[in-house]
Design a protein around this ligand. Sequence first.
Ligand code: FAD
Ligand code: NAG
Ligand code: NAG
Ligand code: NAG
Ligand code: NAG
Ligand code: NAG
Ligand code: NAG
Length: 572
Amino acid sequence: MQALSMLHVFFVLLATCLLHSFAAPHSKKNCRCLPADECWPSPSIWSAFNATINGALIKLLPPGAVCHDPYYDQEACSVAKAQWYNPSWRSDQPGAMVDPSWEGTNRTETCSVTTDRATPCGQGNVPTYAVVATTSQQISLAVRFADKYRLRLVVKNTGHEFRGKSSVPDALSIWVHHLKAITFSDNFVPAGCRGNGNTAVTVGAGAQWGEVYKAADQRGLAVVGGQNPTVGASGGYIQGGGHSALSPYKGLAADLVLQYTVVTAKGKEVTVNACQNSDLFWALRGGGGGTFGVVTSTTFTTFPTPPQIVAGITATSNSSTDFETFVGDLTAEFPRLSDAGWAGYLYYAGNNFLGAFLNLANGTSAASESLAFLTNYKRTRPSSEVNVDVQILTLPSFYAYFNLTFNMQTLPMPGSNESSPAPDPNDGSSSLVTSRLIPRDAFLQSPEKVAKAFTSMKAPSTILILHLVAGGAVARYPPDHIAAHPGWRNTLLHVVAVFPTSGTPLWEIAGPKPAAYLNEADATEDIWKQLFWGDHYDRLKKIKDKVDSKGLFFCTRCVGSDEWSEDGNCRI
Ligand SMILES: Cc1cc2nc3c(=O)[nH]c(=O)nc-3n(C[C@H](O)[C@H](O)[C@H](O)COP(=O)(O)OP(=O)(O)OC[C@H]3O[C@@H](n4cnc5c(N)ncnc54)[C@H](O)[C@@H]3O)c2cc1C
Ligand SMILES: *[C@@H]1O[C@H](CO)[C@@H](O)[C@H](O)[C@H]1NC(C)=O
Ligand SMILES: *[C@@H]1O[C@H](CO)[C@@H](O)[C@H](O)[C@H]1NC(C)=O
Ligand SMILES: *[C@@H]1O[C@H](CO)[C@@H](O)[C@H](O)[C@H]1NC(C)=O
Ligand SMILES: *[C@@H]1O[C@H](CO)[C@@H](O)[C@H](O)[C@H]1NC(C)=O
Ligand SMILES: *[C@@H]1O[C@H](CO)[C@@H](O)[C@H](O)[C@H]1NC(C)=O
Ligand SMILES: *[C@@H]1O[C@H](CO)[C@@H](O)[C@H](O)[C@H]1NC(C)=O
């Protein structure tokens, strides 16, 4: 009897092992569970999960679904059509990216608002479900659920990510958009730290820069943040380093973070600052969004907003030769402009420059004086057919400068037009956006070479965006202060080239160890580790392995992502 039952147990065990090895082949254990897989949770499991998060689970649809059967809704469809390219509307849609082309794997699968009602609407890259989080508790539960069922997990804030990282097919999305709390402190001391406090603002994961600036301005304060009101404050922007027209005055946005609260891969909410979880604190300041945990709030340093001296600069010409000479003259001046306290943005398209600079270091007369080479350009080059115009004005606050200038950012970008979609990361096509950090040395050693690269890159409809957002205070922080590429500290300009279809980036000027800003980079860069983090990569990888050993937080060309298959679904 005893022997028989032992044998029985043995056979049962053997059968169970065999069954398991058929149902879940070994290789699959390293893979995420997708909707087509047996291991995907059943409807009743989803429903039970939904109950634990107070019904915050939604089935995610592409934003264009309201224009197609069976989801057709006439009113919602006309809103979607009218707002289709509006980044503010897009950031309010749980299934939308700011660039619609990231929502579809390819043109046929895209759920377009321009096709008719009967045309099927494909799910494209839009995740299967989303947790519309209003509390950290829901985020913790979602992380644990994704871990337990080996789901593909993605965090989305505004969907502004230029490389499409916040739109992933067959995934569970944690949407942090509704965590909007904004609270100010006159004497913020990071939890567990000693010493004098700072003036600071703590914002929920969903707060967007326009909201933060407005609230700060009402208290006479400014914060170093992005140049568009809809960019999220706590997500990809800050975790990628974050640059601003205020950066040369105060530092990169991430240099000024005092504390985060974070839901880790274990589903636990922790406080992260210089005195506790300091490795994670370092990583979350430049290591990239979507990689180390879900940030639930960020505390930023605030400071009184001084009057802003603003220079609106335009230069135009009908002569390409003269304009190239002008570009050469201007390029040679960049180190001096930076030293004189100028910061801001210049757009270079056709034979035109358009931009707005900000100066917080010098008074109006010193600031005007430092732009004399522009105002007196006709005197320097009497025969030049370039018209240069400089308007200097003083604005009461950073918010006033921001209000005046953010619209410059809404120049045509790839994907802002259905007929010129952004590159698809899956189809191997060449990219349309490419960028580099250009070291100050390049301008000192050979401004002619830098200018030549700019003028050569600029084909008829290419736009170069010159961001004068480094130098000054950015250069004064030690290179290892935060995880952002140490190359930021000797950078003068961050240059983004936007090619209409294709173009030749001429980035030799970035030097032998080039760096690029991970938030505004080519989605297809090969040497991404070196470009985005340089010497900081190895330390970041160690932190990643410590805080997320199972790789729950995967994104393409993010720390540790090369240990996964191209689609991010299987560990290799
Ligand atoms: C119009 C526009 C203007 C811009 N201006 C600037 C600028 O002035 N300066 C600048 O530096 N950059 C700028 N950017 C680039 C911007 O920094 C990136 O697009 C950034 O990724 C946006 O972050 P997000 O959280 O808003 O976007 P999302 O697409 O929601 O998220 C971006 C990444 O962060 C992750 N993520 C989001 N929220 C969290 C969270 N709470 N915890 C963990 N991970 C999270 C996502 O998974 C994704 O990988 C601009 C972009 C746009 C579209
Ligand atoms: C989750 O629960 C809420 C509230 O009961 C319900 O409205 C919603 O449809 C559920 N989500 C899913 C995906 O079933
Ligand atoms: C679009 O994607 C689907 C699914 O990946 C594929 O079957 C189809 O061939 C693709 N179509 C085009 C035009 O690339
Ligand atoms: C360019 O040419 C047009 C038409 O001849 C003229 O109106 C315009 O003023 C010229 N612009 C410059 C900057 O010389
Ligand atoms: C402007 O301010 C900077 C920094 O305070 C100073 O070094 C520089 O000399 C000033 N420039 C002018 C033209 O006054
Ligand atoms: C900035 O613009 C917003 C929205 O238009 C407005 O409410 C606010 O008063 C403006 N603030 C300043 C300082 O210009
Ligand atoms: C989209 O681009 C095409 C080709 O460049 C252009 O003809 C069209 O007017 C653009 N449409 C919009 C809505 O900008």
